[in-house]
Design a protein around this ligand. Structure first.
Ligand code: ATR
Length: 281
């Protein structure tokens, strides 16, 4: 008889739209790992008790998404260096001694997608990162490792960008400010790390950031083009990409942390895209 599968899941609020169960289901099938992965929609006030209960009942790991990533960092007994830098956790893993390890695989997910899936070279390029919340914090260090010529963080609330970049200034050429501080020249890569797409909004950045060679990347994703990507295409960007690849790559990093095997991402990304096309209106 087969052993019961180990319990994993994603915790967020809302989380019903999450593709993580689909992705991890394919990873489990591909690797032959006995993994059961479910959705957990939990309000912020219940987050702590819910997580502790999940693990005390034998749960092995959780992905953590909006709005719980900072709370998860506070709850973990131990943080990986990259989660510590990020100040946010997107992956919780139960360790052998019953301690909770918090990791952040978002940055690695973005870098894998840019470099391995999309063939985008960030070295010596000018990069604009829009937004200064948890999503930005998670990707700053891995982006700076790629040695961009300049990494500009622009946020609707300029003070948040300024205080965020101060924490990363030792890692490379980074500066932060408001949308008015972006400058008039096009960037090589513009990444939207705001949560604006989730509410169908567009960050009010000037179109001058886009030139004919600019790649625009929305860390958010949806079945149709996000408002940011529509806007980028309207202003003549070279390429507009949404964060499906980042989603699959960060999931693979989490799966690796939990199970010690890194699944192949290309077939899973292809299956996801096929599913999106089949199900699109
Ligand atoms: P996350 O963890 O997803 O980053 P967050 O910490 O709440 O979530 O941060 C949300 C980010 O999206 C912030 O940078 C926020 O800008 P403010 O700091 O000014 O609030 C940004 N954001 C959300 N909606 C936006 C909008 N309509 N236009 C511009 N920026 C927006």
């Amino acid at each position: 008889m087969n052993a019961e599968p180990d319990q994993y899941g994603v915790i967020g609020h809302p989380v019903a739209h999450s593709w993580s169960p689909f992705i991890h289901g394919l990873f489990a099938r591909q690797t032959g790992e006995a993994v059961l992965y479910r959705l957990h929609d939990v309000a912020p006030a219940d987050f702590r008790n819910y997580v502790l209960d999940f693990f005390s009942r034998g749960g092995r790991g959780l992905n953590v998404t909006v709005p719980h990533k900072v709370a998860a960092a506070e709850l973990a007994n131990e943080l990986t260096p990259r989660a510590q830098r990020a100040g946010a956790v997107n992956t919780l893993a139960l360790e052998r001694d019953n301690r909770l390890l918090g990791d952040n695989t978002d940055g690695a997910g973005l870098v894998h997608d840019l470099r391995d899936n999309l063939g985008i070279d960030v070295r010596r390029r000018r990069v604009l990162l829009v937004g200064a919340g948890g999503a930005t914090r998670g990707v700053l260090a891995p982006l700076l490792v790629l040695q961009p010529a300049e990494l500009v963080v622009a946020n609707r609330t300029p003070e948040r960008a300024a205080s965020l970049v101060a924490d990363f200034a030792d890692l490379g050429p980074i500066r932060g400010g408001g949308f008015g501080d972006i400058g008039g020249d096009p960037y090589d890569l513009v990444i939207n790390a705001t949560s604006a797409s989730l509410s169908g909004e567009l960050p009010a950045i000037p179109p001058s950031v886009i030139g004919a060679g600019t790649v625009c990347y929305d860390m958010a994703y949806s079945r149709n083009a996000t408002p940011f990507l529509k806007w980028a295409q309207e202003h003549g960007c070279a390429r507009a990409v949404q964060g499906w690849g980042m989603l699959v790559e960060q999931a693979a990093e989490s799966f690796h942390l939990w199970r010690g095997v890194r699944p192949q991402t290309a077939p899973v990304l292809a299956a996801l895209q096929e599913r999106l096309v089949v199900n699109s209106p």
